[in-house]
Design a protein around this ligand. Sequence first.
Ligand code: FAD
Ligand code: PYC
Length: 416
Amino acid sequence: MSNFSIFALARNAMSYHENWQKQWRSPAPKASYDAIIVGGGGHGLATAYYLAKEHGMRNIAVVERGWLGGGNTARNTTIVRSNYLWDDATHLYEKALQLWEGLSQDLNYNTMFSQRGVMNVGHSLQDMRDIERRVNANRLNGVDGVVLTPAQIKAMVPIMNTSSSLRYPVMGASFQPRAGVARHDAIAWGFARAADRLGVDIIQNCEVIGVQREGDQVVGIETTRGVIKSKKIGVVAAGHSSVIANMAGIRLPLESHPLQALVSEPMKPILHTVVMSNAIHAYASQSDKGDLVIGAGIDAYVGYGQRGSFPIIEHTLQAICELFPIFRRVRMNRQWGGIVDVAPDACPIISKTHIKGLYFNCGWGTGGFKATPGSGWVMAHTIAQDRPHALNAAFELNRFNTGHLIDEHGAAGVAH
Ligand code: FAD
Ligand code: PYC
């Protein structure tokens, strides 16, 4: 290849990059909108998309302090499932799973949703009782699921050590065949593009630093790009919800914790489903690129450092190596943390507040990625109609007054 064509190629690549940047340069915010969504992660962008698509609201903006999907949306391990224990949770996550099943077509963007199944492994008699109870509850709700014996697990995942002499012996598992994984940043980009096509303003590098009220009505936000007025504001800022609530004079029952994950060097396909264990705080899947995607239980302390602490990851890798001895020599490539906000019952808050026009969607803890389309769908309904949809009625803030908590701690795939 001559020098000339190399330069031409480089020039083409540069102009492609510049055009792409121009196309996505954030517009200047307008003085006012019919609704503003704070937080440009998957949930915020999905909310904006469904507000425009399902409720015909077009004069809306998403404001994001960094870049789209730079929060938990692109830091998570992408497990999508709906095998929760309690009816309210199951219905909400199953709605999300059904939306996932048609999402690539709906958004005209490949979300790489891959229904390769999710296995939750049990290591004690009590684990197995909980697994059987959960699978029965799922089936009563029309959600797919089976209980597997160690021999059935071995047939599906031959590389797993199912020997009874393990420190935490494998005694069985639940398996949801329709569950799986997706591509995390594609969710942010897919929703962003689809919302943009419907006229939504997506404004990056725009941090909310104040919430304006007139009496008990919200009237706008103060941002690093000026004041923007609106009488409907939906806060969808995982990990930082309490900070923004504080600006409006509200105290949320949430704690922010780091949650860590890591990926290995890429390998040929060897792990064809997702394997999780709540008891040993470890789970693994293999991405389409070939990396092992591994995650830990939550860091016990509260904080905003997107790194996490060392012993957690060390314990997770010990557990992974015990379960999959073949992975002992695999090199890990990257480790990171995301900040998740956890409610006392490990369930989300999707709710109006006592301030008119101010709504919160938060508290997803370790498990909100799978909910992204469903969360946006019900949040859009709540904002547009100023009342919750039947699917999120049980997830309002007033449950912390009435005591109607939906305790999913035991059924969470990963320890809270
Ligand atoms: P985010 O993507 O975090 O978006 C919130 C946005 O708000 C951010 O972009 C942030 O910059 C913005 N923001 C914050 N403050 C402000 C402000 N003042 N002004 C403007 N913008 C602001 N869930 C699963 O279902 N399956 C999994 O396998 C899974 N694995 C996980 C693994 C890890 C390591 C982590 C950290 C999380 C995991 N989760 C998983 C949880 C999941 O990632 C989250 O629940 C989900 O992504 C939350 O999405 P979101 O759009 O609400 O949040
Ligand atoms: O909720 O399935 C889940 C999950 C897996 C890893 C983190 N959360």
